[in-house]
Design a protein around this ligand. Structure first.
Ligand code: PGA
Length: 249
């Protein structure tokens, strides 16, 4: 944790869940307090509106997992930040490694999506992180620096932007970097954010993501400069997600 920063525990349901999954969402909404941490679930686009309606008057926020950089136009199959805002959602994940890999998204694409999100008065969760090969080559910090410079708009604020560090090799694999490695790269990300954004960079949330589970949450969330988590698999079950929330000290 970073002193003075309220942690964010964010779930990323990815391409999982139809109507019946809203039961889990409601259980999460009923179980989060909002006192020590903020809580968010990023649902598939098809559930956003119903999810946001289910969370009215609760401490749980709802977010999307991607958006188009333009606000409208001839982009068949895409969804704009304006449209997402219209559902009642408040956050958009941009630049998740699965989108960078599956859809060839570049840092420039991610920056444009982050700008679209910020312009729409929503919070952009900008994802960065190295592959296994890049880590083995000792290039994790270098990759994080390049992705920050390439994908984080220079007028980003702690109110409209969150960074999620997600080593690609830890996502969905059960593998997690050591606490020392997480501490070291989060400190590096913090210093890069301060270089890029000044004072705003010292207050921006930096989430850890990649096989974050109830069993390791307490240890990981206690690391300096880890201001919450972005959770995939363990966010699909309300009991797991709430157990991670409970690990926030
Ligand atoms: P995981 O996914 O928790 O299933 O590893 C994290 C993510 O991709 O956001």
């Amino acid at each position: 944790m970073t002193p003075q920063i309220k942690p964010l525990i964010a779930g990323n349901w990815k391409m999982n869940g139809t109507s019946s999954q809203l039961t889990e969402l409601k259980a999460i909404a009923a179980g989060v307090s909002g006192e020590k941490y903020d809580a968010l679930i990023c649902t598939p686009a098809t559930l956003l509106h119903r999810a946001a309606q289910s969370c009215v008057d609760t401490a749980l926020s709802v977010g999307a997992q991607d958006c188009h950089a333009n606000s409208s136009g001839a982009h068949t199959g895409d969804t704009s930040a304006d449209m997402i805002k219209d559902t009642g959602a408040t956050h958009i994940i941009v630049g998740h490694s699965e989108r960078r890999t599956d859809h060839g998204e570049t840092d420039a694409n991610v920056m444009a999506k982050a700008q679209a999100t910020q312009t729409t008065d929503m919070v952009a969760i900008i994802c960065i992180g190295e592959t296994r090969e890049e880590r083995e080559q000792g290039r994790a910090n270098e990759i994080a620096s390049a992705q920050i410079k390439g994908s984080v708009p220079t007028d980003s604020t702690p109110e409209n932007t969150v960074i999620a560090y997600e080593p690609v090799w830890a996502i969905g694999t059960g593998l997690v970097p050591s606490t020392d490695d997480i501490a070291s790269i989060h400190a590096h990300i913090r210093s890069e954010l301060i270089d890029l954004l000044g004072e705003a960079g010292s207050k921006m949330k930096i989430l850890y993501g990649g096989s974050l589970k109830p069993a390791n949450a307490h240890e990981i969330l206690a690391i300096n400069n880890v201001d919450g988590g972005l959770i995939g698999g363990a966010s699909l079950k309300s009991t797991d997600f709430l157990a991670i929330c409970a690990a926030v000290e």
